[in-house]
Design a binder for this molecule. Structure first.
Ligand code: GTP
Ligand code: MG
Length: 200
């Protein structure tokens, strides 16, 4: 119910941030969406907010290159992050935004939860594990969100859930519940809205 209400009100783009000094005042909670390039972060924000192009999604890995802030009515900021791992952008540019990403993930006091998106076809990879370890060290709670479930069958679904659960055992900052989603089909979107709306 709280989730439905929070996302029934308009969500607006606030700003794109390219340096830690550009972050908005830490005057409310925030949640962010992290994950490898192309995993579906921007698409998930669009699905949550019921908007086609609020966050820009594309088939080109490395589409999101800034930390993008969105405001909810009386709720947390929603933060769309650049992807990590392979991106179709110059090496120096990627290095700069990866450094920003790491500073942000380890140094934002009001960051209440990091949703780490994992492509259900690929499971947790070494680059994901590196980010999860960074979050463990900074004691920032993260929750795994499996994406693109419409692309796999039921048997593979069970397999990837098992792989993720096993991988999470060695991460003290992991929130144990995994969220299963498809931005395409709307699966899990209501669940995720409720999780965000109920954070304190
Ligand atoms: P970067 O900003 O480059 O890091 O990517 P991103 O994680 O924001 O991914 P984005 O939302 O741009 O989506 C990447 C591609 O995956 C797009 O072509 C989307 O249409 C597609 N996609 C995202 N979510 C889903 C999903 O649930 N199902 C399917 N079938 N495709 C999806
Ligand atoms: Mg994106």
């Amino acid at each position: 119910e709280r989730g439905r209400l929070l996302f029934a009100a308009p969500v607006d783009f606030l700003k794109g941030v390219v340096a830690m000094s550009g972050l908005p005042p830490a005057d409310r909670l925030e949640v962010c969406f992290a994950g490898r390039s192309n995993v579906g972060k921007s698409s998930l924000i669009n699905a949550l907010t019921n908007r086609k192009n609020l966050a820009r999604a594309s088939n080109t890995p490395g589409r999101t290159q800034e930390i993008n802030y969105f405001t909810t009515q009386d709720g947390p900021y929603l933060v769309d992050l650049p992807g990590y791992g392979f991106a179709q952008a110059p090496v120096a540019v990627v290095a700069k935004w990866q450094a920003l990403l790491k500073s942000y993930l380890s140094g934002r006091a009001t960051l209440r939860r990091v949703f780490v998106l994992i492509d259900s076809r690929h499971g947790i990879k070494a680059v994901d594990d590196e980010i999860l370890t960074l979050l463990d060290r900074s004691a920032v709670t993260f929750q795994v969100v499996l994406t693109k479930l419409d692309k796999i069958n039921l048997k593979d679904r069970e397999k990837v859930i098992e792989q993720v659960k096993t991988a999470l055992q060695k991460h003290p900052a992991a929130y144990p519940e995994i969220v299963i989603t498809s931005s395409e089909k709307g699966e899990g979107i209501e669940t995720l809205r409720a999780i965000i709306a109920n954070l304190e």
